[in-house]
Ligand binder design. Structure first.
Ligand code: F6R
Length: 277
């Protein structure tokens, strides 16, 4: 990512942009992703993106699809790896992240089907560890992630790396694996599943180590319900109890774009943040 808007701040050596609303966040994020696609394609012949699902990136994917429809952007040289998938789940279950990605992006752009990768919620249980290791191997053989797009959970999770009591060093070494979802995550997945009890309680997630290894990390947050997690991740201690705070340990590669509501618990920190000249 080379271009940054003049309204960027620097906080704990991470870039932070605070924009008026969710739409502005989506447009700014789509612009950065498009620039990353162009730069990586020019430099290496392909761009490798790590993608997220959930409510936050829906507007980003809508904008990228719009740019594709206007003949301004192609995904022909783009390879993608998604952060997570429920487990077990059928890829054609509309609640699966595979189905989400098809609806919001893959079905609307010219990406090659065997370049759009998600962890597979239908592999046998005995093959989960092997599948997770293979997924990391694919990312590595594609040269690593040029850009990782992230949202943040209300509990500070990134991907489905949930709050836990590990040391920072242990948390930073977490690999791609099967995890149990945190109660807050299950409550927030009611949107897709109807009730917290109906949410599939386990998932496959890219590990913290793979996320932190991305050459650039773009993390988005919108809405007042994210304000506490955003403030803690940007200004609190680095701790596995709030996995997004681990981004501070690779700060020069991290850009946050949040709307005013998600920034509403930040005022003191903002006074201390320095504008990027
Ligand atoms: C989704 C993911 C999650 C979400 C987070 C925020 O692939 O990895 O970490 O980014 O739960 O979700 P929304 O955007 O729905 O608030």
């Amino acid at each position: 990512m080379s271009q940054f808007a003049p309204d960027s701040l620097r906080i704990r050596d991470m870039r932070l942009r605070i924009l008026p609303d969710a739409r502005a966040v989506s447009l700014a994020a789509a612009e950065i992703i498009e620039a990353a696609i162009r730069e990586a394609t020019a430099a290496r012949g392909q761009a490798v993106l790590g993608l997220a699902t959930g409510a936050t990136p829906e507007g980003v994917y809508a904008r990228l699809a719009e740019r594709h429809a206007a003949d301004e952007l192609s995904f022909r040289h783009v390879t993608t790896y998604n952060l997570d998938e429920y487990y077990p789940i059928s890829p054609v279950d509309p609640r699966s992240y595979r189905a989400y990605m098809h609806r919001h992006l893959f079905g609307r752009v010219d990406i090659t089907p065997n370049r759009a990768h998600l962890l597979d919620g239908s592999v046998p249980e005995s093959a989960v560890a092997e599948h997770c290791a293979a997924f990391e191997g694919w990312i590595e053989s594609d040269g690593g992630l040029d850009l990782q797009l992230l949202g943040i959970g209300r509990n500070g999770h990134i991907g489905f790396n949930e709050p836990c009591g590990l040391s920072v060093d242990e948390a930073r070494r977490l690999r791609t694996r099967l995890v149990e979802l945190h109660p807050v995550t299950r409550a927030d997945a009611r949107r897709e599943f109807g009730s917290a009890e109906a949410v599939i309680p386990t998932a496959l997630t890219l590990g913290v180590a793979t996320i932190l290894a991305a050459r650039s990390i773009l993390i988005l947050a919108t809405g007042a319900h994210k304000a506490e997690a955003v403030a803690a991740a940007l200004t609190g201690p680095v701790t596995a109890h709030l996995p997004a705070s681990l981004l501070q340990s690779v700060s020069p590669r991290v850009t946050w774009i949040v709307d005013q509501a998600a920034a509403s618990a930040l005022p003191e920190a903002l006074a201390a943040a320095s504008p990027i000249g």
